[in-house]
Each structure stands twice: as C-alpha cells, then as structure tokens.
Unconditional design. Structure first.
Length: 362
C-alpha cells in the first residue's frame, strides 16, 4: 500500500505519511533526550532504545487516528499538530510491544533483539554485578513505562487547542486502561494453560483489537468534535476490523515467514499463546493430536516440531476457519463503513486501510 486517498483511495500517499510519523517521533524523542541529558550515559542508552523501539512498522494506529479525524473534519487547519496527535498512538504501541516481549520472553522484535534481551546482553558483556536477566527485565519495564508516559505527553502537547484535545484524552485514557487490563487477561490465560474460544476472543478484543483500530478512530474523531452517533458508526467499522486484524496477526504468529515477520517460525507456539486459532484447533483436532498440541505450547520447539503442530492446526480446520472469520469480519466492517455518515474522501482511504490491515503478510 503506497498511495491511498480520495473516494477510491488514490490521493493519499501512505508512504509519505509513515515518514512524517517517523520524523515526528524522532523529533519528540530527541527533545526528550535533551531534557534527560543531565542524567548521563545510562539515560542516553535508554533513549537510544526508545528511538529503536519506535522505528519502522506499518503505522496503522496513526493512520486510523488521522482518518478518523478526517472522517468528521475534512479541513485540517494545523496538519502538523494533527500528525503529532496521531504519532502519540505509536508511542503507546511501542510501550505495549516492549512490555509484551518481556512478558512473553520473546528474543526478537522486528529482526533485532527485544529490549530486555538487548540490555541483558549489555549487562552480561560488561560483567556487571547481579543477574543479567533481571537487569534486562528492569530496563524493559522502565522503557515501556517511559514510552507510555510520553504517549500521553505528546497527545497533550500536540499543538491543537485544549478544547479539541480534552475529549481525545478521555478516549485515550480508556484505551490505555483497556490495553493494560487486556494484557493481564492474556497473562492469566497463559498461566492457567487453557482458554476456550470465547475467552480467547475477549483477550484478543481488549489486548489488541480495540487499541489497534477502534480507539485510534475514536481519538481522531474526538479531536474533530465527533458526536456519539458518529463514534458508534466508527465502532461498527473499527471493532470488527480490529478483531480481523488481530486474527491475521495470530495466523502470522504460527504460519508467518520469519524473514517477513522478524520472529522465529511458529513463535506464538513457542511462547505458548492461547489464541483463538489454538483454541479452535484444540476443540476440533483428534484427541491425540490435540493433546500433543496442548502439551507442546510454550516449550522449545525444533523446526520439525513447529511443522508438525502447524499440520495439526491445518488438519483440524482451524486455519481455514480463522481465514473465513477474518473475511466475514472485514466484510461486516466495510459494510458498516459504507453506511456511516462521514466524509467521502475519508471513507475511500478507510476502505483501503481495512484491506491493508487484514490482508498483510507481516
């Protein structure tokens, strides 16, 4: 997806938009680095990792925020301020990823060491006192907290009038609470070692789906003065689309190409994720196969073992079922979008973004 916009998605350059978001984030973190400079080299190390944590990505959350605003306010008097507001969601996302990688004991993120592994390695290489793993965990917790704090600061100080920003901050507060509570639901599910489809869908909805699409739309729309009816219309589009988005992510976590995802093959299986995909497979697979899948989750798996578990999921019909549900949810979302009383240019871009979010390979 390189260009979208207009009623057919032809005028908006999404590559340029991603570049503007990156420039905005880099400039904001550079300002923070100057503020933290008196703390010395350790603070500088943390800031360098902050830069790395916000580098790259599809910028879906920022894009949905931007077009949520344009859906209700076609004219944008201060484009730079709006872009800064949208970029705040990418800081929230980076915070969630840093914490998520620590909780999942992930080794990599986008092809580079996860934050806790990076600082653990620095501790070990310098032969400092104490436990390198504990040091890495502490660094990841603190960096995630810092990014979360910065996300609020960037939205508050984006440059738009406080009368516009205040309603968006109310949505942003709910969004962050949902993400954190959803993450705890996920941690608890993994600890129990079981999750039915309904439970897995609840985790999916609050840990990822709402903050990936629905809430960014709401934040952008709130900045534009949207009324409750418009917010409801955006939810009818954004929530099912967010669920489809995360279901695609779950498929990629098992079947994705490591060269594209930056994660090991079958990473979600190794981490023991009790996703909707896994819940469906456990329900439908033959008893012996289901038992093998269940006891293999969350263990070190060789390439051959990952392939065997993928085969179980395929044979159970869960892979095909999730693909079907993604299509149904995306169609439902787009149907709601077509009915919404919003700007036509925004509708065209949101239609394209819906396709990009659910058909991606990374």
């Amino acid at each position: 997806m390189t260009a979208t916009g207009g009623t057919d998605g032809q005028d908006w350059d999404s590559t340029a938009f991603r570049g503007r978001i990156q420039t905005t984030l880099d400039a904001f973190i550079d300002d923070q680095a100057a503020t933290l400079a008196p703390l010395g080299s350790d603070a500088a190390r943390l800031v360098r990792e902050a830069h790395a944590s916000v580098s790259g990505g599809k910028r879906f959350r920022a894009a949905f925020c931007y077009w949520g605003h344009r859906a209700v306010a076609a004219d944008v008097p201060d484009e730079d301020a709006l872009v800064r507001a949208c970029a705040s969601l990418e800081l929230l996302h980076a915070s969630a990823l840093v914490h998520d990688d620590l909780m999942d004991a992930s080794d990599t993120r986008r092809g580079r060491p996860a934050t806790h592994r990076l600082f653990e390695g620095e501790h070990r290489g310098a032969q400092w006192r104490g436990d390198p793993e504990q040091y890495g965990a502490a660094a990841a917790i603190l960096l995630g907290d810092l990014l979360l704090s910065w996300s609020d600061e960037l939205l508050r100080r984006c440059g738009l009038p406080i009368t516009q920003v205040a309603p968006a901050l109310e949505v942003f507060d709910r969004c962050r609470a949902e993400v954190i509570a959803g993450q705890f639901l996920d941690v608890s599910v993994q600890a129990r070692g079981r999750a039915d489809v309904e439970t897995a869908m609840t985790v999916l909805r609050y840990k990822s789906a709402k903050y990936s699409i629905e809430r960014p739309l709401h934040i952008g729309a709130a900045l534009g003065g949207a009324d409750p009816a418009t917010m409801a219309e955006l939810s009818a589009f954004g929530l099912p689309l967010g669920e489809a988005f995360q279901l695609r992510d779950d498929l990629l976590g098992v079947f994705g190409d490591p060269d594209a995802t930056g994660k090991p093959a079958g990473d979600d299986l190794i981490e023991g994720k009790r996703t909707v995909l896994v819940a469906l497979a456990l329900d439908a697979a033959e008893p012996a196969a289901a038992a093998l899948l269940d006891r293999s989750l969350g263990t070190a798996l060789a390439v051959e073992q990952v392939a065997e578990l993928r085969g179980i999921i395929d044979d159970s019909g869960a892979h095909a079922q999730v693909e079907s549900v993604i299509g149904e949810l995306a169609a439902h979302a787009v149907a709601a979008l077509e009915k919404a009383d919003i700007d036509e240019d925004a509708r065209g871009v949101l239609r394209q973004l819906a396709s990009a979010a659910t058909q991606r390979v990374v």
